[in-house]
Write a protein that binds this ligand. Structure first.
Ligand code: HEC
Length: 236
């Protein structure tokens, strides 16, 4: 083709259009979160910071002031970290640890995978005579055994089955994907979250738009107490 002034301009326009389309396509690809290959070593390093509150093995502490994270579902952990980061879930102690500078999105993947892979013992270890007091204390601290809380366990079991297990938290309180595992979580922590959910400070089920229709808002305080009592039996 002979390029004269007219079709030269056409060629130029087509080229420019081509360039801009491919630039947009590249931007779209770049806007996607990077695919992260989980690295347990990076997860372990990040956990050094988290351990100050949640414990070396993500076992939580101070009787539920710091929730247990070990063995919790990866998807749930990651979602909660994003919620803190995006300021949709508010907590003063967690706030500085989820700033972009401290916890970039890639690190959320590493730490969530690392914590979810930790398995805690449910029975107390048998110690050797040579084990010192500190060894014993540290080992006992990592045993997952939530003390019984007050309430009617049988009534709680029935309510749990009707209201909570179904397609969500599961028969044994293990949850799945972004539905948290409740078995083995501190009672005081669960109670604190239930209070936040019922007040609308945290969203329990994003599909329910009217908070008064929320499952947790339909339950009486003594029913919640019984469900919590039942949950403490699930890690025995
Ligand atoms: C200064 C103490 C402190 C540090 C350090 C800390 N957290 Fe927390 N974290 C908390 C407290 C307190 C809560 C409970 C928040 C609430 O009551 O809603 C919490 C809650 C969480 C939750 C929500 C758990 C759930 O079941 O919903 C996740 C996930 C979490 N922290 C992950 C981390 C990770 C990962 C790190 C390290 C990068 C970390 N935290 C560091 C204090 C801390």
């Amino acid at each position: 083709m002979r390029v004269n002034a007219r079709n030269g301009l056409l060629v130029l326009l087509v080229c420019l259009a081509g360039v801009s389309v491919s630039t947009i396509a590249a931007e779209k690809v770049a806007a996607k979160p990077p695919a992260v290959k989980v690295d347990p070593e990076i997860g372990r390093q990040i956990n050094g910071v988290c351990a100050a509150c949640h414990g070396d093995s993500g076992q939580g502490g101070k009787k539920g002031e710091y929730p247990r994270l070990a063995g919790q579902h990866m998807e749930y952990l990651a979602e909660q970290l994003h919620q803190f980061k995006d300021r949709n879930r508010h907590n003063i102690p967690m706030f500085p640890y989820t700033l972009e500078r401290e916890l970039p999105d890639e690190d959320i993947v590493h730490i969530s995978a690392y914590l979810s892979a930790i398995k805690l013992d449910t029975e107390f270890p048998v110690f050797k005579d040579t084990d010192d007091a500190l060894t014993r204390l540290l080992a006992v601290d990592k045993v997952l055994n939530i003390p019984r809380s007050e309430g009617d366990v049988e009534a709680g079991a029935k309510l749990y089955k009707e209201q909570c297990s179904g397609s969500c938290h599961g028969k044994t309180g293990m949850g799945k994907r972004n539905v948290p595992m409740l078995a083995g979580q501190y009672t005081s922590y669960l109670k604190r979250q239930i209070d936040r959910f019922t007040k609308g400070e945290r969203i329990h089920d994003k599909d329910v738009k009217d908070i008064s229709k929320e499952t947790l808002n339909q339950l009486k305080p003594e029913e919640i107490r019984d469900i919590l009592a039942y949950l403490t039996t699930l890690d025995d």
